[in-house]
Design a protein around this ligand. Structure first.
Ligand code: ZN
Length: 200
């Protein structure tokens, strides 16, 4: 990154912000400038919120979700107690997406990643042992992992390790997105959609 003549503190702020997803050095510089201009209304409250989050945010030891209490509020939610369905996701962002989509009174398990032998990520690097311990308490395990090679490898690994139990294991349907046009879909998606066709 080319240096600009400014204080070391500001440089450090730009460098740290530029590490956030979706923010390169250029947008980080713009964000820092904005923060400095809005010191009272944005920078000071943001700094306090970050301090607060550093102090209070923890990972739920049951499901791997992030919250300010352990177990998290989803694990403690009495409406989800008897649902019998556990949705397995890669990251907390996926849990949030499913909650936004109204997944219902379900429980979740956040793996914290997916298996990736090329990057040296094995089962012990993920929260898989916690899942294998919890899973027998559910009727259905819904594997909501990404439709990538790593996501599907992880799904197979989990399903193999749960095969000794009487648990229904399902996964999200892969296929035509809502509002999607067939001509624009890649061949893999179209093939999956054809295989996973449903009664009309
Ligand atoms: Zn939890």
């Amino acid at each position: 990154m080319s240096q600009i003549s400014t204080g070391a503190e500001i440089e450090q702020l730009i460098m740290l912000l530029s590490r956030l997803p979706g923010l390169g050095p250029r947008s980080a510089r713009r964000a820092v400038l904005h923060l400095i201009k809005k010191k009272q209304t944005l920078m000071i409250p943001l700094s306090a919120a970050l301090d607060n989050a550093v102090e209070k945010v923890i990972i739920c030891s049951t499901c791997g979700n992030i919250d300010t209490c352990n177990p998290c509020k989803i694990c403690l939610d009495p409406r989800r107690e008897n649902s019998g369905s556990l949705i397995v996701v890669q990251d907390v962002a996926d849990l949030w997406a499913l909650e936004r989509a109204g997944a219902g009174a379900v429980r979740y398990h956040v793996l914290g990643g997916v298996l990736n032998p090329l990057d040296g990520i094995g089962p012990s690097d993920l929260f898989i042992d916690g899942l294998l311990k919890r899973a027998p308490g559910f009727k259905e395990i819904i594997l909501a992992l990404n439709a990538t090679i790593e996501g599907q490898t992880t799904a197979h690994y989990i399903s193999d390790h749960l095969s000794e139990y009487e648990i229904k294991i399902t996964q999200l349907a892969h296929g035509v997105p809502v509002g999607g046009e067939l001509d624009y879909l890649d061949d893999g998606t179209l093939t999956q959609a054809l295989k996973a066709r449903t009664d009309f």
